[in-house]
Design a protein around this ligand. Structure first.
Ligand SMILES: NC(=O)c1ccc[n+]([C@@H]2O[C@H](COP(=O)([O-])OP(=O)(O)OC[C@H]3O[C@@H](n4cnc5c(N)ncnc54)[C@H](OP(=O)(O)O)[C@@H]3O)[C@@H](O)[C@H]2O)c1
Length: 327
């Protein structure tokens, strides 16, 4: 099968030909139609994912975690899936102790445990959108739980125009939470259409003044999806009122000096098939729209990873492998 893989830690991802993986007992093999790109894909290869994922332990290492496709083979034993089921989910990042060589999703086939974060694609959700949903959608839903806001509270989202930010803005808005979207560039129209109450351009100077005028009563919580350094994170957390929460998806909270009374949280995604079902139902009903920025073929994934590293994501990038209906 064709796959995008690295031959060593920090090596450049390249297109390779690999044997099709065989499902172990309790696994399914998925013939992937679409994968989607997450920053974690290159962070793991760089060795910069920190506690979020261990570095790859065997090579060639196939990148990618999010996928949608069809079950094409079932491993031995009881299984809740059948050959032909349309499924989507999030594969383990670097495999498990039992299967350290477990593959990623930038490949034509992947084997995943049937009890992992995998579920059926509901009627009304196309496989492209399903592939874009798992990591970003689950992270957004769990971040919203972690910051524990109620209707009319204010949430500042830094890095709001990317995969998680677009989902988080919509899910928060659906609960009547006021979202202030902080992005690099003028994205008022895009973020407004997703439900942001105000959008701040981080390239237009220090955001403190813009934030004060957007939310004179202060900010109840920060979700910082962009700052990797504790100082950058602390600068955004300075806008949070005492008693509020400042959450980082990049492990920046632990080392940050936060304002008195502000609680720092380093977020960690806990993937679950039940949460995937809830999100997929919302996406199929049109309540949650996963904006797709770019669609490209597998061989262009290395360039897309390079672009994502530089920032500037506007929604999700999806990678087409086998197109639905084609063998
Ligand atoms: N902790 C966990 O369990 C967990 C789970 C999922 C994801 N994550 C992490 O969360 C982060 C966000 O994920 P994502 O899927 O939303 O990524 P994404 O789709 O690539 O979006 C990231 C957004 O942040 C913005 N950005 C990047 N650098 C920035 C900076 N220095 N200042 C301000 N904005 C910046 C980018 O746009 P601009 O450059 O135009 O601003 C982009 O829109 C990633 O690092 C990912 O690995 C962590």
């Amino acid at each position: 099968m064709r796959a995008i893989a690295v031959s060593a830690l920090r090596a450049d991802p390249v297109l390779v030909e690999l044997p099709k993986p065989e499902p172990r007992p309790g696994e399914v093999r998925v013939r992937i139609e679409y994968a989607s790109l997450n920053p974690l894909d290159w962070q793991v290869v760089d060795g910069s994912a920190g506690d979020l994922a261990p570095a790859p332990r065997s090579f060639p290492f196939v990148l990618g975690v999010d996928y949608a496709g069809r079950v094409d083979m079932i491993g031995e034993g009881e299984n809740r899936f059948h050959v032909g089921d349309a499924v989507f989910g999030r594969a383990g990042v670097t495999g498990t102790a039992a299967a350290p060589e477990a593959g990623g999703t930038y490949g034509e086939y992947v084997c995943v445990p049937q009890d992992s974060a995998i579920t059926l694609v509901p009627r009304g959700l196309d496989p492209r959108a399903a592939a874009a949903l798992p990591s970003a959608g689950m992270a957004a839903a769990q971040i919203l739980e972690a910051v524990a806001l109620r209707g009319h509270d204010t949430l500042l989202v830094v890095g709001a125009a990317g995969g998680i930010g677009c989902c988080l803005t919509q899910l928060a808005r659906a609960r009547d939470i006021r979202v202030i979207a902080a992005v690099r560039g003028d994205e008022r129209s895009r973020m407004g259409s997703l439900g942001a109450a105000a959008t701040v351009d981080l390239t237009a100077g220090p955001p403190a003044g813009a934030l004060r005028s957007a939310c004179p009563d202060g900010i109840d919580a920060l979700a910082d999806l962009a700052s990797a350094a504790p100082d950058g994170f602390a600068a955004h957390a300075a806008a949070v009122r005492p008693g509020g929460i400042a959450l980082s998806t990049r492990g920046a909270a632990a080392g940050a000096r936060l304002p008195e009374g502000v609680r720092g949280v380093d977020f960690r995604l806990d993937p679950s098939p039940v949460l995937l079902d809830v999100l997929a139902a919302g996406a199929a009903d049109g309540i949650l729209r996963v904006p797709i920025d770019t669609e490209l073929p597998l061989e262009e994934a290395p360039q897309a990873l390079k672009r994502n590293r530089a920032g500037g994501a506007r929604g999700k990038t999806v990678i087409g492998l086998h197109r639905p209906g084609r063998r």
